[in-house]
Design a protein around this ligand. Structure first.
Ligand SMILES: *Cc1c(COP(=O)(O)O)cnc(C)c1O
Ligand SMILES: [Zn+2]
Length: 419
């Protein structure tokens, strides 16, 4: 019997209700994201099925192999959607050597359809939007989400509307526009764009803002990163993981995924420590962690790591809960260290990650230097996006050497001039 034949015919699979992360109040699965009692954020709860490793391994080579653990119908793989997931987990021996670490892996999210992990969350949000009868897929975005929403809506044959800060990287804007749909540059920071989207979501009844009104479903998509890491390691958990933090949802959901796998008996119950990475120019969660606060005070972002530039992170307090419970930490690094780390990842592993990867690797180095992370314990870091979308960070114009004539003599002279 396959996993899917054990399903009920529910539109949301084994998901049973939404529950408030603050007060625990429950509500029906629907298009709401805030608790009616206390305005706290809602989360999808499940009556998780018994599931075997073999059932998962027999599934499609996409995130839908984990469909029974997501708020999606059993036949989800048959619907028009992008097909994210099953990205590489690369053993990073060269990087480990450079850092003096014993065992290091890079979860390389460039392999997704629009080259970032955002395809995972959007694929789940699109599915939920369909089940709930929305007709337009929309989002406020720091760039990668805009790409993912525009692509998924194109594939699904529905309209998309994406709102982005007007000062975004040109590569990200171009990569969104190519899918069609409506692209709206907005004067202001991501937090301004997000506020506008929240107001629009109240007004436009048939628009699903993936990270606003269908956010509980959207966020669940990030669990698949955690499932994949465990599966690729041969059904076990890494001892340490370093995750970039913008809203904080990705980090919180990787922790949720690891705990679900333990609860389902799919991995041994081994301890794991979760670490969060921010850019110093937008480090509200790191600042709260250092100060020992439970509350995250909003900041105005100023960093080249634009995909992480959320000054008022929705999941900030839950990131603090996860890192404190698991014995991890949140730390931050400046833009110079971000660029240096992007170059190090490329030069040691042949992986050109985006600025967020520079933040994650930069923070790994800082955590090692501060003795907060164990160099002897097996560690995974997330490369959440593609460096080709943030080229400006590493390629200043005019950095190419002068061109040579197509002759052996010219090549000889060029070689002799190398340092
Ligand atoms: C959105 C994004 C993140 C952060 O995700 P959150 O779940 O909001 O914390 C990390 N890296 C990249 C490349 C992103 O686009
Ligand atoms: Zn509540």
């Amino acid at each position: 019997m396959t996993a899917t034949t054990t399903h009920t015919s529910s539109r949301f699979g084994f998901a049973t209700h939404l529950s408030c992360r603050e007060c625990g109040a429950t509500s029906d699965l629907g298009g709401s994201h805030a608790c009616a009692e206390c305005f706290g954020p809602l989360e999808v709860s499940y009556d998780l099925p018994r599931l075997t490793r073999a059932q998962i391994e027999d599934g499609p080579r996409t995130i839908w192999r984990y469909a029974p653990l997501l708020p999606v119908p059993p036949d989800v793989a048959d619907s028009a959607n992008t097909e994210p997931g099953c990205t590489r987990l690369t053993r990073a021996d060269g990087l480990a050597k450079a850092l003096g670490m014993a065992a290091l892996w890079v979860k390389d999210e460039r392999g997704n359809p629009t080259h970032s992990f955002k395809d995972r969350v959007v694929a789940v949000a699109l599915t939920a939007a369909r089940q709930l009868g929305y007709r337009v897929l929309a989002c406020p975005s720091t760039g990668n989400l805009a790409n993912a929403v525009a692509a998924a809506a194109a594939k699904a044959g529905i309209r998309s509307v994406v709102l982005v800060p007007a000062d975004l990287e040109p590569q990200k804007i171009a990569a969104t526009a190519v899918y069609g749909g409506t692209l709206v540059p907005v004067l202001g920071s991501y937090d301004d764009v997000n506020r506008l989207a929240t107001e629009l979501a109240e007004e436009r009844e048939d628009w699903a803002f993936v990270n606003v009104n269908v956010r509980p479903y959207y966020a669940e998509g990030s669990k698949t990163i955690g499932y994949e890491i465990a599966e690729h390691l041969g059904w076990r958990l890494p001892a340490q993981i370093v995750v970039p933090v913008a809203s904080g949802a990705q980090l919180v959901k990787i922790d949720k995924a690891f705990r679900e796998l333990i609860a389902l008996g799919l991995v041994p119950d081994t301890p794991f420590r979760v670490f969060g990475a921010q850019a110093s120019g937008c480090a509200p969660v790191s600042a709260a962690f250092k100060a020992g606060h439970d509350v995250v005070r909003p900041v105005r972002p100023a960093t080249l790591a634009k995909s992480l530039a959320i000054g008022n992170p929705a999941d900030g307090p839950y990131v603090l809960d996860v890192v404190r419970r698991t014995g991890g930490a949140v730390a931050d690094v400046g833009d110079e260290a971000v660029v240096e780390a992007m170059r190090l990842l490329a030069a040691t592993e042949g992986i050109f990650g985006e600025t967020a990867a520079g933040v994650t690797l930069g923070v790994l180095r800082r955590l090692l230097a501060e003795g907060l992370l164990d160099p002897a314990a097996e560690t995974v870091i997330i490369n959440s996006g593609d460096g080709l979308k943030t080229l400006d960070a590493v390629a200043a114009p005019g950095t190419l050497p002068e061109a040579i004539a197509p002759t052996l003599a010219a090549f000889g002279a060029f070689e002799a001039s190398l340092p």
